[in-house]
Design a protein around this ligand. Structure first.
Ligand code: TXA
Ligand code: MG
Length: 325
């Protein structure tokens, strides 16, 4: 499907799966509550989990929010268009279904040519969560998005692989203090540098402010174990356990590996960007080959993307990250 066709589908109240720089999204015209309801139906998404509103330009923001704090202004200037989602007090123009009844709305301006063309042609904001069934891995390729959402009566824009492969960072600028709601493609440190102050991290621990963070998420169908720690310890663990599991590995294949089905996440142990870009493709591959048991290596190198990867993999493995020392 071409962008022009996709934009008329959106304007008619239909759903379109489209690429962004992070992951594929499934979008509906934000102002059309019935269309937005279809997103929840198609994904099987709990109605209490609000959606991100995507915009083409800064003018579109004014209609959506009740005000823009100085911190939000700094962040928009530094990171938009790009993988940063900002939470504001919402205006009455945002239907309640989009925000799951919350008084706030999360907005982002994607940095992806096809997404931007689509948003420009539609000429109005698009509400879009990640293009996957609720609870399942996000999708970073056209094929994976199609596989998860086939026969749902939605339309697809093919943008190949999405470059970053991990969702946007979500920060709350709706109150006095800026809070991190979900770690993502832009690191906490990058944000703190721009703000000149530290962020309150509410993405972990007791007080989770983003409804989506509470739910089971990103999980493949099989049982997933994640190995986190130095390479040698990971390989020792593998030689003792994990036979016959599908293996997502880093660097070279483990010696004497009995794993028949393997997926290389990155060639170089230090290449965490590539790891992030391939992670969801790997998890979707596990489902494609119907893997019952999955072992995934996670490089332990200090890296700004690591908190986001650990956040996703903790949920995907239902807490089964093995910390090796
Ligand atoms: O990179 C991305 O952000 C992708 C692409 C498609 O833009 N979208 C995405 O959407 O990851 P989704 O729906 O999978 O995740 C949105 C997260 C959820 O955890 C949701 O709870 C949170 O943002 N969220 C949305 N609106 C919120 C609000 N008003 N207050 C707090 N959290 C909110
Ligand atoms: Mg999602």
């Amino acid at each position: 499907m071409q962008v022009t066709q996709a934009s008329s589908k959106i304007l008619q109240g239909e759903l379109v799966v489209f690429p962004t720089e992070t992951v594929y999204g499934i979008g509906a015209l934000m102002s059309n509550a019935a269309a937005v309801q279809k997103i929840f139906d198609v994904k099987g998404r709990p109605s209490k989990n609000p959606l991100i509103v995507h915009i083409a330009d800064f003018e579109q923001l004014d209609e959506l929010v009740r005000g823009v704090s100085p911190s939000a202004k700094k962040l928009m200037k530094a990171f938009w268009p790009g993988p940063l989602t900002i939470c504001f007090q919402k205006s009455k123009n945002v239907p309640d279904i989009v925000t799951a009844g919350l008084p706030t709305v999360c907005v982002r301006m994607p940095d992806h040519e096809l997404a931007r063309q689509l948003l420009r042609e539609v000429g109005e904001p698009i509400a879009a969560p990640s293009a996957n069934l609720s609870g399942r891995p996000s999708t970073t390729t056209f094929e994976d998005a199609k596989r998860q959402l086939a026969q749902k009566g939605v339309h697809f824009l093919d943008g190949g692989s999405t470059p970053l492969g991990i969702e946007s960072t979500v920060v709350d600028c709706s109150g006095e203090i800026v809070r991190l709601l979900r770690p993502g493609a832009i690191s906490q440190m990058q944000i703190e540098e721009v703000l000149g102050e530290s962020l309150l991290d509410e993405s972990t621990g007791e007080k989770i402010s983003s409804p989506g963070q509470l739910l089971e998420h990103y999980a493949p169908q099989g049982h997933l174990t994640v190995l986190f720690g130095p390479r040698q310890q990971r390989r020792e663990w593998m030689s003792q356990h994990g036979d016959e599991a599908a293996l997502g590995y880093v660097g070279s294949l483990p010696e004497g590996s009995s794993h028949i089905r393997t997926y290389q996440l990155c060639e170089d142990e230090n290449d965490v960007e590539t790891y992030a870009a391939r992670l969801y493709e790997c998890l979707n591959w596990c489902d494609l080959i119907n893997a019952k048991n999955i072992v995934l290596e996670l490089p332990s190198r200090e890296h700004p993307l690591l908190p986001a990867l650990i956040n996703r993999l903790e949920k995907a493995s239902r807490g089964e990250i093995v910390h090796l020392h």
